[in-house]
Design a protein around this ligand. Structure first.
Ligand SMILES: [Zn+2]
Ligand SMILES: [Zn+2]
Length: 219
């Protein structure tokens, strides 16, 4: 695991695509793909764990949630508007496009009952829950005011899927429920002037003014 901010570590991945999960105190934020359950459980051995919280219920974030909750006997949390997806009553990705169907088949974990339903203003491991829909109806940003750290799920990514290099970008449109609404979420994130953005994909982004310019450039 790699330290990203005070009390925040990123779980390590040796192979596969860039998909981040963070241990925030004793809360696991996001659970990558179902294939990641075993390596994640190994990294969490000997560490306190009280909750698995999802930024949103997409296959590359909820995949190992059921396995980790079951193995460690901890509850699962996600935003109210993604509970139906996590519990198997709605498709895990919004579209029926080829890439959406592919990632769902290849990476998704089984449905699981959501034990703690998150809403705007709730607190998770010292972070405040901000509802930031658009990529997914129940997408959230976790923000900690005291050092301005934001864990932003897929509101923005910091990786180019073409080159693999760090680059701020919107999530691919085929995975969004509403790309215009997600741009509002990006602007809301930028308005927080986060010192550190920890995205679901790609390395940390530590330039609040750069993020503001990126948000201003969206139409
Ligand atoms: Zn996503
Ligand atoms: Zn993702």
């Amino acid at each position: 695991m790699e330290r990203m901010a005070d009390g925040v570590e990123r779980l390590s991945r040796r192979v596969g695509p860039t998909i981040n999960a963070y241990l925030v105190g004793d809360v696991l934020v996001d659970a990558a793909r179902r294939q990641d359950a075993r390596p994640f459980l190994r990294q969490l051995e000997g560490r306190d764990l009280s909750l698995v919280a999802l930024t949103h219920a997409h296959p590359d974030h909820q995949g190992a949630a059921d396995a980790i909750c079951t193995a460690r006997g901890v509850p699962l949390a996600c935003h109210a508007d993604d509970v139906d997806a996590m519990e198997g009553r709605r498709r895990l990705t919004s579209g029926t496009s080829l890439p959406a169907r592919f990632v769902t088949r290849a990476w998704s974990g089984p449905p699981r009952t959501v034990d703690r339903v998150l809403r705007e203003g709730d607190e998770v491991a010292g972070f405040t829950v901000l509802h930031a829909p658009g990529h997914s109806p129940g997408e959230i940003v976790l923000f900690r005011e005291r050092d301005r750290v934001a864990i932003c799920g897929d509101v923005v990514r910091n990786v180019s899927y073409l080159t693999g290099r760090a680059r701020l970008a919107e999530p691919p449109g085929v995975f969004n429920t509403d790309s215009a609404q997600n741009r509002d979420a990006i602007r809301r994130l930028a308005d927080l002037r986060p010192a550190v953005v920890l995205p679901g994909h790609g390395p940390a982004y530590e330039d609040p003014e750069g993020l503001a310019r990126f948000a201003d450039g969206l139409v």
